[in-house]
Design a protein around this ligand. Structure first.
Ligand code: APR
Length: 248
């Protein structure tokens, strides 16, 4: 692993434009469970029952009680961990330009990154299904489920549910920064869900080096990633930053 950490520090120090793609794994050390694998949310619930737009439209109370309420409580307490802070440091050093995140937790922005594409929206805001009025999630009263707007419409998070389109601007910009980068860091994603998992392939096809950080191998490891640093995001990012600072 030491050799790969040194290699990553070298690759980042020589890069002209770095993009990162992140998934649920980067927030595990902030106390937010992943979706898949051991302890994953989808071990507990069927995603088509609790995270699909049809399920929400059919029974918003059920989806609020089973998913959104818990997510709000977990996200309200969550703080950026060393891997979020490491990516903020890479931006500060002028190395990392843009983060494409599949996460809806807002932790990259909280850590200080300024160019974050929220590919799956976010949980920080709620929107009324009727009048589209927006509310900050920490201002809503979840003692009444489903929470309501002043017009009495039902509120829903501005996160993208299964069966919904990726926001056009997010999709377009993500393709752009994937094409333009010469190094893509892929951190904490199983690379199963499309079209997010396409971005490392776009980067690879346009000549970028793809560096994967994950304790497990993924669908990208064999054919797309140049190398996998098999470890937890916080520890690996701390070690890369330490080596990088010696090179700068
Ligand atoms: N550090 C780095 N990676 C980790 C860590 C850690 N501490 N812990 C777990 N991982 C890895 C797992 O090995 C796994 O490959 O993070 C990955 C998490 O995968 P998923 O739970 O599938 O999350 P993600 O890829 O972000 O899911 C994509 O699916 O359910 C939808 O909309 C949801 O955005 C989500 C999308």
């Amino acid at each position: 692993m030491d050799e790969l950490i040194k290699q990553a520090a070298r690759d980042l120090s020589e890069a002209k434009m770095v993009t990162a793609l992140t998934g649920a794994g980067i927030s595990v050390e902030s106390g937010i469970p992943p979706f898949r694998g051991k302890g994953g949310l989808w071990e507990k619930y069927d995603p088509m029952e609790v995270a699909h737009i049809d399920a929400f439209l059919q029974d918003p109370t059920k989806v609020w009680n089973l998913l959104f309420k818990d997510m709000k409580e977990v996200l309200d307490k969550a703080e950026p961990n060393d891997s979020h802070k490491g990516l903020a440091k890479l931006e500060e050093l002028g190395i990392l330009k843009t983060i494409i995140t599949q996460n809806v937790d807002g932790l990259h922005q909280m850590a200080g990154n300024t160019d974050v594409i929220e590919f799956h929206g976010n949980m920080a805001w709620q929107k009324c299904m009727d009048c589209h009025k927006r509310y900050e999630t920490h201002d809503i009263d979840i003692n009444r489920i489903p929470p309501r707007c002043s017009c009495d419409g039902i509120l829903r998070p501005e996160a993208v549910l299964f069966g919904e389109m990726i926001p056009q601007a997010a999709l377009w910009r993500s393709r752009q920064v994937a094409q333009d980068c010469d190094v893509m860091l892929v951190i904490g994603t199983s690379a199963i869900v499309q079209p997010a998992a396409l971005m490392p392939i776009v980067a690879k096809d346009t000549g970028a080096k793809v560096i994967e950080i994950n304790p497990e191998r993924t669908l990208l490891t064999d054919d797309i990633s140049d190398y996998l640093i098999s470890g937890t995001a916080g520890d690996v990012m701390n070690r890369i930053i330490a080596d990088l600072e010696k090179l700068l």
